[in-house]
Ligand binder design. Structure first.
Ligand code: G3H
Ligand code: 13P
Ligand code: ZN
Length: 305
């Protein structure tokens, strides 16, 4: 069933588990995520970026919204990193039940003002809103405190930001970053900062850039001719700890892209004569589904639907 983001995330924060927001760009990803959610009896969030909406167009938004309605578990259809008021309006018109407005690169007052405007529009039609405060950036552990402070979310500012904007959930910057290169070894996560934010902000918190970038997937990608450097993701223990401290929405894109592409490469490499797309997209879809299912286990959302 199609529900708002807040309906899913409020309960997650209260009961201390996380819900995955998985980025989708095509039919195979939408099917993989929804099948995984139904098999795991887990709530889930289908995340569509502006790039996804441009690539997949109405075919993708229709598919996401209509299949979410038919799903046997709660599903929110979410705009990821909405960059403008207009972009949010397009998502609302398409039937999304959750939108993100990302003005984190602006100064505090502009972020408040633009977020507030989106909250008013979205709430008028019963849709809930994610906002972001702080800059998403991979941070080395030894970086000076004031340098960290300049980038990462300030707890007291977060409290004021949520009061002034009326946003429903907040993306925080605590050291994670997007993509396959999140730092050397085990990337640094500022858990003490997260704890301070969570004490002041009762709303569900959101972790972007949370992919694990599993070595097994990196190696399979490489073994089938893919080129990837010193990839590193967020350690599962660091995700578990973040959830215990108040993170309720966990974004995952990179792990799904890696799984999908590794399986396409592997299948075509093993079967050079194959040119039926179903023969390589099918296994790739299965691989995405397996990653989603294991993320749901890590987040503790299995059986919560
Ligand atoms: O945070 C960004 C997501 O990974 C979506 O990426 O803008 O390339 O679709 P995209
Ligand atoms: P990853 O690149 O770590 O998968 O993060 C995705 C994300 O934050 C989407 O908004
Ligand atoms: Zn993100």
């Amino acid at each position: 069933m199609l529900v708002t983001g807040l309906e899913i995330l409020k309960r997650a924060r209260e009961e201390g588990y996380g819900v995955g927001a998985f980025n989708v760009n095509n039919m195979e990803f939408v099917q993989a995520v929804l099948e995984a959610a139904e098999e795991q009896r887990s709530p889930v969030i289908l995340a569509l970026s502006e790039g996804a909406m441009k690539y997949g167009g109405r075919a993708l938004t229709l598919m996401a919204v209509e299949l979410a309605k038919e799903a046997r578990v709660p599903v929110a259809v979410h705009l990821d990193h909405g960059s403008s008021y207009e972009s949010v309006l397009r998502a609302l018109r398409a039937g999304f039940t959750s939108v993100m407005i990302d003005k984190s690169h602006e100064d505090f007052e502009t972020n408040v003002k633009e977020t507030r405007r989106v909250v008013e529009a979205a709430h008028a039609v019963g849709v809930t809103v994610e906002a972001e405060l702080g800059r998403l950036a991979g941070i080395e552990e030894h970086v000076a405190v004031d340098e960290k402070d300049a980038l990462l979310t300030n707890p007291e500012e977060a409290r004021i930001f949520m009061e002034k904007t009326g946003a429903d959930y907040l993306a925080v910057a605590i050291g994670t970053s997007h993509g396959a290169y999140k730092g050397k070894g085990r990337p640094f996560i500022d858990h003490p900062r997260l704890e301070r934010i969570a004490k002041l902000v009762p709303a569900p918190l959101v972790l972007h850039g949370a992919s694990a970038v599993p070595l097994e997937l990196v190696e399979r990608f490489r073994a089938s001719g893919g080129e990837i450097g010193e990839a590193a993701g967020i350690h599962p223990e660091d995700i578990r700890k973040a959830i215990s401290l108040g993170v309720a929405k966990i974004n995952t894109d990179t792990d799904l892209r890696l799984a999908f592409t590794a399986l396409i490469r592997e299948t075509l490499h093993k079967n050079p004569k194959e040119f039926d797309p179903r023969k390589y997209l099918g296994p790739a879809r299965e691989a995405v589904k397996e990653v989603v299912k294991s993320r749901m286990e890590l987040f503790g959302s299995v059986g919560r639907a």
